[in-house]
Write a new protein. Structure first.
Ligand SMILES: NC(=O)c1ccc[n+]([C@@H]2O[C@H](COP(=O)([O-])OP(=O)(O)OC[C@H]3O[C@@H](n4cnc5c(N)ncnc54)[C@H](OP(=O)(O)O)[C@@H]3O)[C@@H](O)[C@H]2O)c1
Length: 301
């Protein structure tokens, strides 16, 4: 790359929450040129109008990827939502990694998971581990952003807990380094733009890790109603969710995340968000206060 060449930045999954936000941040920062890939290019006409090159890419159809990735220097690979379909998701991500290398991409930023190794009980951990392994085996530079659990998962769950007066989880005393999707998007945009060309793994977390008891106390103080944390054995939580009518793969995700929390695998707090973006990540208490009406309203989970 010559000194005058501005790296061409590519974001996959650009119509998702994370993808859209990253592209908005890149546009605001006048980074670029920017390529956005998605299965639904028509949904990104607003970005086309702002100078973003929008192309179709579907990881389930690897033949779409060479044209989609052509000319990109740095690529943000957003993990897909094929959750509960591990083989398919691994195929999707590995196709994207191979296509990025074939297209001459120099650096891939990937949205991963904390501690995705074989020790993790999380049902979708093998997908992330396989993708990190594929990046390690590639000839490209990469940044694995191990995004902790989105804080956005909390308001719906805590609204239900406030209504019932109890927060039921199988996470024992384990803590989670909740991070907002906004902070994840800011970190991803910064890592994509950064001049870093090597290989690194960064845990993307909020400023504190919180336990189930911490969450119940927050829900209680925000709502003014008593909320007690009730730790459950995983099998009991699984059975309760089954009786509530949730699909098996969704139950697997919820219970296995709780088991990982109980084992301390999500109790990770780093300065990576601030290091990358220059801004401290948002505390859970602040996010919940901003979403107070959701906590006090209709339960969502
Ligand atoms: N850390 C957490 O707590 C947490 C929570 C939820 C999700 N996640 C992960 O983070 C990712 C981004 O989060 P989000 O909130 O932006 O999710 P989202 O809004 O549900 O977006 C789903 C993403 O998957 C992409 N996708 C699905 N199938 C694809 C395919 N065949 N080929 C290429 N891309 C495909 C979509 O891209 P297009 O529709 O544009 O093609 C979109 O970017 C999720 O997909 C999931 O892997 C993490």
């Amino acid at each position: 790359m010559s000194a005058t060449h501005q790296p061409v930045l590519l974001v996959t999954g650009a119509s998702g929450h994370m993808g859209r936000r990253v592209i908005e941040l890149l546009l605001d920062a006048q980074a670029g040129p920017i390529i956005a890939t998605t299965r639904t290019p028509a949904s990104l006409s607003d970005f086309s109008a702002r100078g973003v090159t929008v192309r179709r890419a579907d990881f389930d159809d690897p033949a779409t990827l060479p044209d989609a990735f052509a000319g990109a220097d740095r690529l943000l690979l957003i993990s897909t939502d094929a959750v509960g379909m591990s083989d398919r998701r691994i195929r999707q991500h590995l196709a994207a990694v191979q296509a990025a290398q074939d297209a001459g991409v120099s650096h891939v930023v990937y949205t991963s998971l904390p501690n995705p190794g074989p020790e993790s009980p999380i049902s979708l951990a093998p997908d992330h581990q396989a993708t990190e392994d594929a990046l390690a085996a590639s000839t490209m530079g990469w940044t694995a952003l191990r995004n902790n659990v989105y804080t956005e998962m909390l308001p719906g769950a805590l609204a239900q807990a406030i209504q019932m007066g109890s927060l039921y989880r199988a996470s024992g005393d384990g803590k989670v380094g909740y991070v907002t999707r906004e902070d994840c998007a800011r970190a991803a945009a910064a890592a994509l733009v950064a001049p870093f060309t090597g290989r690194r793994t960064l845990d993307i977390t909020g400023p504190d890790a919180l336990s189930g008891a911490d969450l119940a106390a927050l829900a209680s103080s925000i709502s003014g109603k008593p909320v007690t944390y009730v730790p459950l054995p995983p099998d009991v939580l699984r059975e309760n969710l089954r009786k509530a009518g949730l699909p098996g793969p969704v139950i697997d995700v919820i219970v296995s995340f709780d088991e990982a929390a109980a084992q301390g695998l999500l109790d990770v707090v780093t300065s990576a968000v601030e290091d990358l973006t220059g801004h401290a990540p948002m505390p859970v208490a602040e996010f919940l206060a901003q979403n107070k009406e959701v906590l006090l309203g209709t339960p969502q989970r």
